[in-house]
Write a protein that binds this ligand. Structure first.
Ligand code: FAD
Ligand code: DLZ
Ligand code: SF4
Length: 507
């Protein structure tokens, strides 16, 4: 009796629940490169090259363990182009009497999986993805009865549950959160930022890069230069380098943006965590160990651990709790089309231009660029959530719907009406000026509030508050904002609205 064990492109971990009881003599482990996955949105070239190379390396490792691996390449004759089609073909060709797989990262793929038992006439065992630190059911239990959720409380539960950065029953250092220490901008004269990890493409990666260049030329992004890790051993090196070279200053400069420095002190491990090459708990424990050994300060270790144990798990919980409705949410009724500069970089707003250029090159932008520049603009300009979600899902190599959608609809666009975040992350140009050096090289003036040369974030911020007063006016966290608005002179409000109208009509 053959069991077919399906490994998806973001399940590249030898400890996957679907592999745990594998029978090397009888079972078939399958991976497949399929057009449906490369095409349901037109992913960044680097993202496809990264995943295909990582999948091919992982398949070789499985074969090296003596497992019977069935790997379908994109160009293989007979490739029918979808998970469902490839699984059906494999069941037929191997005579498998059972399918084992793991809960996928996207609702639409779960929908496909749920149809397989009936369509193929074999039982399908969809196992829990226990790479995560909590399950959708446990998260739903935590969320039950709460009208709106707050990450901070969830995060404290996770710290207690896994005994991370705890001192008995108390948080290490007496506080749960050291974010107040994490908002520095590099001093004048600059700062030494270590070179990011760089893995030279091997033959497998080069073959995939050629395939991507030939097949996905019309997709966004640069495939070259390619420097991502594509195996677990390489990803572990990236993690180690982060812990020793970057973690100590991760906290201090977590929110800073410096022109020409896309990587800053961030870890650049989301690609590896999300596809299975790294495990969240080992990453968290590595950061805690560095702190305990006196090699990283508490504000850095705590700040980093909060991202992985807190935000990452929290957004996944929200995704599974709120799907499928979550994808339709548009609380602010935003309808504007995504401006073309999100693709071609052609805008005079230097902060946006830099962030899109780096995204195109690297399939990466760090959190504050995604949140406070690219996201903030989409929020203030009222861009349609469906179009913003599609863009984020395409352009980042770490993007899968379970993590992308709550960050976009919940965190940046407030499209869920405040379920995930207590207020919109809206900000004027002063925030970007404080946390970056972009404004020095911009043709707009960040100090000017209205008019043709004023920074558009300045008037769009107020215009956003005016436009959405009915929906946001009662938000207690915006009380001060609306009181300031109420104290503004009518002529000033008129200027704001006129500048916004002029800017938005030309978008
Ligand atoms: P670091 O800054 O070093 O953080 C460490 C790790 O914490 C990350 O690798 C990631 O696994 C986790 N993390 C941090 N913040 C978040 C968060 N808000 N949600 C989930 N995990 C988090 N992250 C993705 O992995 N995929 C996405 O598609 C994605 N889309 C985003 C869209 C928007 C609009 C925003 C604001 C954030 C998004 N994030 C996404 C979260 C975050 O920006 C990235 O995880 C981070 O930039 C990855 O870079 P890093 O590994 O250097 O992270
Ligand atoms: C993102 C992606 C791409 C581009 N291609 C494939 C693929 O060909 N084969 C595969 O198994 N997975 C791919 N993936 C990742 C899947 O989209 C991901 O596994 C699902 O979205 C579920 O999270
Ligand atoms: Fe961005 Fe405004 Fe600064 Fe220009 S002036 S870089 S648009 S924040």
């Amino acid at each position: 009796m053959t069991t077919l064990r399906l490994i998806l492109g973001d399940q590249l971990d030898h400890e996957m629940a679907s592999l745990r009881d594998v029978d090397a003599a009888r079972d078939v482990v399958m991976l497949c490169e399929v057009a449906a996955e490369t095409g349901y949105v037109k992913h960044h070239k680097k993202k496809i090259a990264f995943l295909f190379s990582a999948m091919r390396h992982f398949a070789a490792e499985l074969a090296g363990r003596g497992l019977n691996v069935r790997y379908t390449r994109l160009d293989d004759a007979g490739n029918v182009g979808s998970f469902t089609g490839e699984v059906a073909r494999a069941v037929k060709e191997t005579g498998a009497t059972r399918i084992v797989t793991v809960f996928p990262g996207e609702y639409r793929v779960l929908g496909e999986m749920k149809g397989w038992a009936a369509a193929l006439g074999v039982p399908v065992d969809i196992r829990e993805d226990d790479r995560f630190l909590t399950t959708p059911a446990a998260f739903a239990g935590w969320a039950h009865g709460r009208k709106s959720l707050r990450m901070e409380f969830f995060y404290r539960e996770m710290r207690r549950q896994y005994n991370v950065l705890m001192n008995g029953h108390e948080p290490e250092g007496g506080e749960w959160n050291y974010d107040a220490e994490n908002r520095k901008f590099p001093p004048d004269g600059g700062l030494f930022i270590p070179r990011p990890s760089w893995t030279e493409p091997d033959e497998v990666t080069r073959e995939v890069m050629a395939l991507v260049a030939a097949r996905f030329d019309d997709h966004f992004g640069d495939v070259e230069p390619f420097y991502f890790a594509v195996t677990r051993a390489q990803a572990l090196e990236v993690l180690e380098k982060f812990i020793t070279e970057r973690l100590p200053l991760f906290g201090d400069y977590q929110d800073a943006m410096v022109q020409g420095q896309p990587w800053m002190y961030h870890s650049h491990i989301s690609f590896y965590l999300n596809c299975g090459l790294l495990r969240p708990l080992e990453v968290v424990q590595a950061a805690e160990a560095a702190y305990r050994a006196g090699k990283a300060p508490l504000n850095a270790a705590e700040g980093f651990i909060r991202q992985v144990m807190g935000w990452r798990e929290y957004v996944r919980g929200v995704y599974w709790l709120r799907m499928p409705e979550y994808v339709e949410e548009n609380f602010l009724q935003a309808k504007r089309k995504l401006p073309w500069f999100y693709w071609d970089t052609q805008t005079d707003m230097n902060c946006l231009r830099q962030c899109v250029i780096e995204t195109r090159q690297n399939a990466y932008a760090h959190h504050i660029q995604r949140l406070m520049v690219l996201g903030n603009f989409a929020l203030l300009a009222g861009i349609d959530p469906a179009q913003v979600n599609e863009w984020y899902l395409i352009v980042y190599a770490d993007a899968y719907e379970w993590v992308e959608l709550p960050n976009v609809s919940g965190m940046i666009l407030f499209a869920d009406g405040g379920y995930l975040a207590s207020k919109p992350y809206a900000a004027g140009g002063a925030y970007i000026d404080k946390m970056s050096d972009y404004c020095k090289n911009c043709s707009y003036n960040v100090k000017e509030k209205t008019g043709a040369t004023a920074c558009p974030f300045n008037y769009l911020y107020w215009d956003f508050m005016i436009r959405n007063r009915e929906k946001l006016g009662n938000n207690p966290r915006l009380g001060m904002t609306y009181r300031t608005l109420d104290a503004m002179e009518a002529t000033k409000i008129g200027d704001i609205q006129e500048s916004s109208r002029n800017f938005l009509k030309d978008l």
